[in-house]
Design a protein around this ligand. Structure first.
Ligand SMILES: Nc1ncnc2c1ncn2[C@@H]1O[C@H](COP(=O)(O)OP(=O)(O)OP(=O)(O)O)[C@@H](O)[C@H]1O
Ligand SMILES: [Mg+2]
Length: 178
């Protein structure tokens, strides 16, 4: 799977974020499946952290990003494009009807990868994907619990911005093994 060409962050040097980088590196090095959440205020460097810490490593890297105010169809279309680009040499895939189907396609694609290869699955801007009727959260939960948690190659990273500053959400948070 090739590096994600749309993310330029890897060309810049990362400054600080030592603890968070360490957490991500540990999750990557771990011999079990890992589920990492990264959340914080807008523009604090969440995506930059994940891309700089995980992209370009030896294993496979799959990234999909939510689109602000995107309809389910548009979000799934983007996901399908990323899937095609990541696993099928850019071949367009048919737009999936729902997230259960979409994540099944991802799971099928993962099954074709070597048993020894680590696999990063990065869902950026998850809150934009997780609109009330999208079903993505329950689909992610299902695939994590039913399949991915038992696959030691998988490092699932979800990222989003916390908008409710009154809730006392810290500026930045990275939590491995959630
Ligand atoms: N640790 C860092 N070291 C150097 N530059 C950084 C760092 N973190 C962020 N940046 C710079 O800030 C820019 C914005 O970071 P980034 O897009 O990752 O923020 P974000 O939290 O994902 O934003 P958004 O909430 O819009 O998704 C990066 O493209 C990069 O240029
Ligand atoms: Mg971001």
């Amino acid at each position: 799977m090739s590096p994600h060409p749309s993310v330029a962050a890897v060309n810049e040097t990362i400054v600080g974020r030592t603890a968070e980088r360490h957490e991500l590196a540990e999750a990557y090095a771990s011999s079990q499946a890992e589920f990492v959440t990264v959340y914080g205020r807008r523009r604090v460097g969440k995506t930059f952290l994940v891309v700089n810490s995980l992209q370009g490593r030896k294993g496979a890297y799959f990234e999909t990003t939510g689109i602000k105010n995107g309809s389910l169809r548009v979000q799934l279309e983007r996901f399908s494009q990323e899937l095609g680009r990541g696993f099928f040499k850019g071949a367009p895939l048919q737009v999936s009807g729902n997230w259960m189907r979409a994540l099944q396609l991802l799971t099928d694609a993962i099954a074709t990868l070597p048993k020894s290869q680590k696999i990063v699955l990065f869902f950026d801007e998850l809150p934009w994907l997780a609109t009330p009727k999208s079903g993505i959260l329950s689909a992610l939960e299902y695939f994590w619990n039913r399949h991915w948690v038992n696959d030691r190659r998988i490092k699932l990273v979800v990222c989003g911005s916390s908008v409710d500053s009154k809730a006392g959400v810290p500026g930045f948070h990275c939590c491995a093994r959630c």
